[in-house]
Every structure is written in structure tokens, then in C-alpha cells.
Design a protein around this ligand. Structure first.
Ligand SMILES: *Cc1c(COP(=O)(O)O)cnc(C)c1O
Length: 386
């Protein structure tokens, strides 16, 4: 699971006292992104806009740039950051609660598409475009996420407009010639495998085509089918079936349509590791614990996903406490019982001084974590390349 590049780096970092650390393997990232892009090369296959919120680090964005068609940003902060890291990238701007300042920034920084979340947002955007004498291209975000059983995260709630609310956009658009309706956006769920994702894409297309027909939309049409491609932390070697998805979705496209997706997690998650070391090993109330340097203030992922984060133990032959052949719970340095990386995992042997490499830490890891809790030192960051 750990690449040779990252393992070598881990030993070096331990020697220099630079753990915990996030290490990103840019060669592995490029290889994975190239495979995804190749799977989406059939005529009609969707464009890829990488969702920056999964991991917006500049070296990650720059490594991905040759393999993606653009970047999706979800705030003014991401927008400014991505524009700086990738001055020429095509950008789409989505997300609820966009402020006037953010909408103005989007126009200033040349965002190609704005994904509009509500009629009120649309009317504010129309005003901003009119008063600044500019045109703006939008997709309307529809929320068809009424009932999505079994998915990791259904995007029901305040995201986009349900089929009733989106009707209110038609009057605003009629009176706003500076706003060009390009099509429909939908990001309905995350954690879907390829077949489920194809079925969901077909559902979005069917709904979107009928709606655009009915409101008299003419000209080329775009459908952003969202992100949420499945990532399975319990079997890190499995991957979303991009080949199947690419072929089946391409077959859904009709002439005059551009399809687009905006995956995040499934693109960058496999390229990052959180590396740390064992500070203590002990038994409490019948349960073995390994206490690791750092904690979930650096990688909140196992807490939010409530899973055992996949990892490898790299033995270093220290002479401190150890346990072998027992289930071990890996915890961090926080004073809370919630600071758990993985619970009760069968472990050959783990000892003080060993290194632990948490894989699948390239997305929604450092950047979703509460870094300052307890004021431990921050991890160090490394972008390694072949
Ligand atoms: C978070 C998000 C994505 C990316 O989702 P992943 O699960 O990381 O693929 C795409 N689109 C929107 C609107 C999002 O909010």
C-alpha cells in the first residue's frame, strides 16, 4: 500500500525528527490521474473538473493540471488560491451561500461557469453582472436528492434547488440577458460505484433535458453530473471503475451536449500518507493501545468517516514496550476518547519507535481537521516525486 518513494521518505523523516508528516507521492498522483483521464477519452465522455476542496495544495493542483480539464472551487478563498496556483485553469464556482463579494471575485478572476444555488443567488448575480457590464455563464444546480438510501453521503438539504424552487429561476433569466443559462448541475450523493453513478447520471440527464426543453433553452447544453465517485477505505486496493463509468456515461451523451464531472476524493485520496511514530504502547481495561505522535487534529478523516483508517506499521526495532498478535487501538495525543485512528485492529506487532503510515490521506485529511486543538506541533509537508 505504501509506495517505495514514500517509505524511503518516512525513514528519513523519522531520522530527522520531522514526524508527524504528510507525504504526497506526486508520481503516483499523476499516474492515477492519467488513468482516469484515459478512461474518459471516448467521444461524449465527461470533462473532469477536480474539486479543489478535497485537497487544494498547490503542488497537487499543479501535478493534476495536465490530466484535468479544469478545477471546481467552492469558496472565494479557494477561487483566489486556485487562480494563483494555476493562472490559466478553467474554473467552475459552486457551493451554497455565495456572497456578493465572492460572486464579484468570480467575475473578476474569469470563472467560466457559476453553479447557481438558489433564485436569490441568481438575482444577485444578475445584478452584479448588469452593474459591472459583464456577461456570466451559469448552470443551475438542481437537487434531486430526495431519497438516496445506501450512499455514503446524500447531498439532500440546502444544496441547490429542488424541482419546485428551480422554476423561480425562469422569470429571473428572462429579465437578465447578461446571464447565459448553459445547462444543469447536480451533485447528489457521494460513495457511488460506477454502475450506480451511471444510473444517477442518466437520471440527471433525463431530468435536465426535459426541464431545459420545457423552458425553451436552445443552443449547446452542459450537464455537470457532480462528484462523489466511491472510495473504499476498507479495501484500499480497489478503485472506482473509471473505464466502465467513462464508457457508459459517454454513451448517454447526445449531440450538442457537453458532460462534465467534478470528482475530488477519488482523484487525490490515494496519493497522500500521514506518517507518524509510536510514542507508547500499553494495556488498559483489557484493551491494547498504541499512542501515536500527532492525532486526529491533523487527520480528522477517521473521525468523520467513523472508520478504521488504513495503515501499515513500519518496524524500527526499538527497545520500548511492544505488543504482538493482539488487536490494538491506535490513538493520538489528544485528551479525548474520540482521538482514534483505528480501533481493535489485528496487529502482528507494534512497538514504541515504530512508524505508522496511514494511507488514503490525500483528500479530506489535513484540510478538514481542527489543527490548533491542544497546540501540538503541526505536521511537516512533503511532495515527493520520482
Ligand atoms: C464536495 C463536492 C464535490 C466533490 O465530491 P467528492 O466526493 O470529493 O468527489 C463535487 N461537487 C460538489 C458540488 C461538492 O460539494
Amino acid at each position: 500500500m505504501i509506495t517505495r518513494l514514500v517509505e524511503d521518505h518516512a525513514q528519513a523523516l523519522a531520522g530527522k525528527g520531522e514526524l508527524p508528516a504528510f507525504v504526497y507521492d506526486l508520481a503516483a498522483l499523476r499516474e492515477h490521474a492519467a488513468e482516469v483521464k484515459a478512461a474518459l477519452s471516448a467521444p461524449g465522455a465527461p470533462e473532469i473538473f477536480y474539486a479543489a476542496k478535497a485537497n487544494p495544495d498547490a503542488p497537487i493542483l499543479q501535478a493534476l493540471a495536465p490530466y484535468v480539464d479544469g478545477i471546481e472551487v467552492a469558496s472565494g478563498g479557494e477561487l483566489a488560491h486556485v487562480r494563483e496556483a494555476l493562472p490559466d485553469a478553467r474554473l467552475a464556482f459552486g457551493g451554497p451561500g455565495k456572497t456578493d463579494d465572492e460572486l464579484r471575485l468570480a467575475l473578476d478572476l474569469g470563472v467560466e461557469r457559476i453553479h447557481v444555488e438558489s433564485p436569490y443567488e441568481l438575482s444577485r448575480l444578475a445584478d452584479i453582472a448588469r452593474t459591472s457590464g459583464r456577461e456570466v455563464d451559469v448552470l443551475l444546480r438542481v437537487n434531486l436528492a430526495g431519497d438516496r438510501g445506501g450512499v455514503a453521503l446524500a447531498m439532500s438539504g440546502p444544496f441547490g434547488m429542488d424541482p419546485d424552487l428551480i422554476e423561480s429561476c425562469t422569470g429571473i433569466l428572462e429579465n437578465s440577458p447578461q446571464v447565459r443559462l448553459r445547462g444543469i448541475h447536480a451533485h447528489l450523493a457521494s460513495g457511488l460505484d460506477a454502475s450506480a453513478m451511471v444510473a444517477q447520471s442518466a437520471e440527471i440527464l433525463a431530468w435536465g433535458r426535459a426541464w431545459l426543453d420545457r423552458v425553451g433553452h436552445t443552443g449547446p447544453r452542459e450537464f455537470n453530473l457532480g462528484g462523489g465517485m466511491a472510495v473504499d477505505y476498507s479495501t484500499p486496493e480497489t478503485r472506482f471503475d473509471w473505464k466502465q463509468y467513462g464508457a457508459d456515461v459517454a454513451a448517454l451523451a447526445e449531440s450538442g451536449e457537453t458532460l462534465r464531472i467534478e470528482p475530488g476524493r477519488s482523484i487525490s485520496v490515494y496519493a497522500g500518507w500521514y506518517l507518524t511514530e509510536v510514542l507508547d504502547v500499553k494495556k488498559a481495561h483489557g484493551q491494547w493501545y498504541a499512542v501515536l505522535r500527532g492525532g486526529t487534529m491533523h487527520i480528522r478523516t477517521p473521525v468523520t468517516k467513523q472508520h478504521n483508517h488504513p495503515h501499515d506499521v513500519l518496524t524500527r526495532n526499538g527497545d520500548g514496550p511492544a505488543v504482538a498478535g493482539e488487536p490494538v487501538t491506535l490513538v493520538g495525543q489528544l485528551c479525548t476518547p474520540k482521538d482514534v485512528f483505528a480501533r481493535d485492529v489485528p496487529t502482528d506487532r507494534i512497538a514504541v519507535g515504530d512508524l505508522v503510515a496511514f494511507s488514503m490521506s490525500g483528500a479530506y485529511a489535513w484540510n478538514i481537521s481542527h489543527h490548533d486543538f491542544l497546540m501540538h506541533p503541526k505536521p511537516t509537508f512533503h511532495y515527493v516525486d520520482a
